[in-house]
Design a protein around this ligand. Structure first.
Ligand code: NAD
Length: 189
């Protein structure tokens, strides 16, 4: 989808379930809310199952599919790799994408270990020197209430901050019958 005037940012997304669906909506609607220098284009998604990835592309509005994320990285018609897969895959995909000159948006947590994150950061720094952008999807950072809180802190309106107390409440895994997901598997999460 392009605005017709802005040059395109051709996205290749890996993983199309929970966050993949959210990112699909975001790529599509962002230019309708914000004045953007580039028009995101939903060029291709990658999954491992050909039928399911085709169904996801049709549902979420992607132009084409791949069954191996490496193919996204090889393609000349993709500018940015959007990583929406479990944490154990982030480092390999992000590093390969950055080394191939693709911009990277990687879901959080960035990596499953500090060592992995440091390797990714080093590759991202080297890529940045070549004009390649990378970013981790810290969704709350841009939440309006949190941005306002940061502005209040930065402006000094709250004085010197000496103590911060925060709570993040989520209960969906307290159900003992909730299905096992990769999130509960330490080797993946
Ligand atoms: N920013 C946020 O608020 C937020 C919220 C939830 C999840 N996340 C992060 O988003 C990422 C994805 O989480 P999710 O909740 O969408 O998980 P999910 O299980 O809903 O989706 C993961 C997808 O990755 C696919 N996948 C796994 N390995 C793959 C591979 N090798 N190649 C291609 N596809 C592969 C799965 O088939 C699935 O489609 C994780 O890093 C998670 O921590 C971020």
């Amino acid at each position: 989808m392009t605005s017709g005037r802005s040059p395109s940012l051709r996205v290749g997304m890996v993983g199309y379930a929970f966050m993949g669906a959210a990112h699909s909506q975001a790529w599509r609607t962002a230019p309708r809310f914000f004045e953007l220098p580039l028009a995101p284009r939903l060029t291709a998604i990658a999954g491992r199952d050909p039928e399911r990835v085709a169904a996801a592309a049709a549902k979420l509005g992607w132009e084409s599919t791949e069954t191996d994320w490496r193919r996204l990285i090889e393609r000349d018609d993709i500018d940015l790799i959007d990583i929406c897969t479990p944490g154990d895959t982030h480092a390999e995909i992000a590093i390969a994408a950055l080394e191939a000159g693709k911009h990277v948006l990687c879901e959080k947590p960035l990596a499953n270990s500090v060592a992995e994150a440091e390797r990714m950061t080093a590759v991202a720094d080297a890529a940045a020197a070549r004009g390649v952008f990378s970013m981790c999807g810290f969704s709350y950072r841009r939440t309006p209430a949190l941005s306002l809180a940061k502005r209040l802190v930065d402006s000094g309106a709250l004085g010197q901050i000496r103590h911060v107390r925060a709570q993040y409440l989520q209960d969906w895994l307290t159900d003992e019958n909730a299905p096992l997901t990769w999130r509960l598997d330490k080797s993946k999460s």
